[in-house]
Ligand binder design. Structure first.
Ligand SMILES: NC(=O)c1ccc[n+]([C@@H]2O[C@H](COP(=O)([O-])OP(=O)(O)OC[C@H]3O[C@@H](n4cnc5c(N)ncnc54)[C@H](OP(=O)(O)O)[C@@H]3O)[C@@H](O)[C@H]2O)c1
Length: 376
């Protein structure tokens, strides 16, 4: 039995992980789950799966939860959460938190040698230089949950990084693929949230529409696979069947494919290094008789090029890229700004940023806070 902790169990990745745990009760011992505001769902999950701890990070929600008759112990806040991330308590942590809040749990897991199934890409984007240093020094492991990175991880098995010519990340292109700047200009959040292939949380859905998600993923891949961003290409593949590819020095390309279903990379990460039978629908070639590929349109979707610029400049620039995006996406979701205000503001803030060289975790957290206060 693997002892597992799931952070963000009430979210899109979190609920799909809970689904997997329910189907694999003989393989996983659920030690803790966490949520921010959705205490109703947390209670349902706790009643059904009986974890030892439920962690709540929103104070009002925690106070409400105290009145709700949880049968297990309920804890409040990041400090309590961090206390649980150690090898005595769990064998694997799934970090499915959204945004910058995932940073401390990711950092704590790699520092404490707890194998980490990582969905929270934002933590690697902002602090990849620190997190990967800890991974190498402590011989800990990060198992990617993002479908593209899981595909690359799987396509690298049995091969040597020195033989890799480039990584190719696929992108669906999002709901506005093939529209012009003018057509996209007045689009609202409810339209941007309609992703053609995946059902995801609200923040990543908007990131997919702007292609900032792909920029974040280029940075995530750079750190996970220790490869320069110049060797990471992005190709638009609207069907989302090929999840990503690795091109080798003999011209061979190895790809991983399947139906777009996040439960597959989650299941792979949680069971790694084993491949366990998974009773879900299989891919049917006849349903997808055409797989197509396009170049990303950098003019219509500047969010991707900004990601390349952020990682090229490195240091504190990816934090600016990530935090400004988080703030602007929130505003866009509340109909306070327009679609292109997201990438315009990221560009402006990146241009004005006074670089912090080799930032520490504390400096990254302070910079994130400063940007949030200023852009409020
Ligand atoms: N969804 C996907 O298909 C997908 C695919 C690839 C990668 N990812 C990555 O996976 C991560 C999670 O994405 P998601 O789509 O699952 O997000 P989501 O549906 O929005 O879920 C986010 C989770 O984080 C919790 N949370 C929100 N704000 C918090 C805060 N301030 N402090 C602590 N917890 C907080 C939420 O709790 P409450 O709901 O209780 O408020 C929820 O459990 C992201 O980094 C995303 O980029 C997602």
């Amino acid at each position: 039995m693997k002892k597992i902790g799931i952070l963000g169990s009430t979210g899109s990745i979190g609920t799909q992980s809970i689904d997997i745990i329910k189907k694999s009760k003989d393989r996983f011992d659920l030690i803790f789950i966490s949520g921010h505001k959705n205490i109703k769902l947390l209670k349902e999950q706790a009643d059904e799966l009986n974890p030892q701890f439920v962690l709540i990070t929103d104070l009002d929600a925690f106070n409400e939860a105290k009145k709700m008759n949880f049968t297990c112990k309920i804890l409040f806040g990041m400090n309590e959460l961090v206390e649980l991330i150690n090898v005595e308590t769990i064998d694997i942590l799934l970090n499915a938190l959204v945004g910058h809040v995932g940073l401390i749990p990711t950092y704590t897991a790699v520092k404490n040698k707890v194998p980490l199934a990582l969905a929270n890409k934002e933590s690697l984007v902002t602090a990849g230089h620190i997190i990967m240093k800890e991974v190498y020094a402590n011989k800990s492991i990060i198992l990617p949950v993002d479908s593209e990175h899981s595909a690359i991880f799987q396509s690298l098995q049995g091969n040597k990084m020195k033989n890799v010519e480039k990584l190719i990340l696929t992108a669906s292109g999002g709901p506005f693929r093939s529209l012009s700047y003018e057509e996209i200009y007045n689009k609202k959040a409810f339209q941007a949230l309609k992703h053609p292939n995946w059902t995801m949380g609200r923040k990543i859905s908007i990131d997919s529409a702007t292609l900032v998600n792909k920029g974040l993923e280029v940075i995530e891949a750079k750190w996970l696979f220790d490869i320069p961003a110049s060797k990471i290409d992005v190709v638009v593949h609207p069907q989302s069947i090929i999840h990503s590819l690795v091109q080798y020095n003999d011209s061979s390309i190895i790809a991983q494919m399947g139906r777009p279903d996040m439960r597959v990379p989650i299941h792979y990460a949680l069971n790694y290094p084993e491949r366990i039978n998974f009773d879900i629908e299989r891919f049917d070639f006849m349903k997808y008789n055409q797989l197509t590929f396009e170049s990303p349109d950098h003019k219509v979707f500047p969010g991707l090029s900004l990601g390349y610029t952020a990682i090229e400049k490195g240091n504190s620039m990816p934090t600016v890229y990530n935090t400004v995006n988080e703030v602007m996406v929130n505003k866009f979701l509340m109909d306070q700004v327009k679609f292109y205000d997201i990438s315009d503001r990221i560009e402006l803030e990146m241009n004005n940023h006074k670089m912090i060289i080799n930032p520490s975790i504390e400096e990254i957290i302070a910079l994130d806070k400063e940007i949030r206060m200023r852009l409020r």
